[in-house]
Write a protein that binds this ligand. Sequence first.
Ligand code: HEM
Length: 305
Amino acid sequence: MRRLRLLPGWRFGHRRNHAKGICFTGVFDANGAGSELSQAPVFARGQYPVLGRFNLGTADSSAPDATVRVRGLGIRVSTPDGQEWRSAMINPPVFPVSTPEAFYELLRASGSKDPNAMETFASAHPEFAAFGDWAKNAPWTDSYAEDRFNSLNSFVFVDGSRAEHVVRWSLLAAAKPVTVSPSELAKRGPDFLEQEIAQRVASGPQRWTMVVTVANSGDPTADPSKPWPADRRTIEVGTLTAQQVQAEREGPCRDVNFDPTVLPSGMRTSDDPFPAARSAAYAKSYDLRTAEAKDYPRTTTGAKP
Ligand code: HEM
């Protein structure tokens, strides 16, 4: 994973990917419906504290917001028994590639000096076309509050009778999306997304509905580049509310690793190979960036952390 150091714009002390972001605190209100699929305590009707981070899919912590196509949301939902559900989701409907190995190749191609590297990559990975189509044609919004965030990876939910259900989940924005052209966004300041969400949350809590989609047998559970048919069963399990934006540099997200394999009892990883690969990469990134804290001091005046 040392190669992740080569991603353009990367700086010491920051996350090796999704380096630019803004932290928040809030709650997850479970409506109880998720208990049908999983005995995880987080689905029992009630309210649970959340630490979250809106972020951009770039290794460049100073990238102008309008230049980054993929937006992300990491959450950690805690229950009183000490268990946690961590999830890091993104806004495209599919992942660009089928395997962790192919993602490594994609990172190499996108950072390559060879002008044909991406074309060569895309022709060797036909699954990339669906993501490419989304990246080119899907509308942009000017707010994290209007975006939908998807787990893309599948997980297994275990219910009270030990029956297993393979699922993916998504957070659907309560705010109506307003489409803004990329050229319009380029006229905004480089950090308009975090400024907008800070103002928006200060003027009122922002909400997303958590929807769980259940696979049918035979669905491609091991490949996040393949969507499941649109008629699959979905269950609304609760609402995520962002209540307060927190400082990114000094705040509570900085030392958190939104590792997607940190799951409560009643949830586990599936045959999707990504969460294990992600866990290894996120741990390496976490170890490196926390060891580099002196290069990203907690105060902008340069005090030692
Ligand atoms: C093998 C594939 C992947 C690799 C190697 C990878 C790598 C990374 C790394 C190194 C980080 C920084 C972790 C940290 O320092 O805390 C990160 C963050 C993140 N990744 Fe991935 N990633 C992969 C797949 C995915 C997928 C499939 C998704 C979503 C569906 C995703 C969404 C995110 C998000 C939202 C964050 C930011 C979390 C935060 O705010 O800390 N990644 N990724």
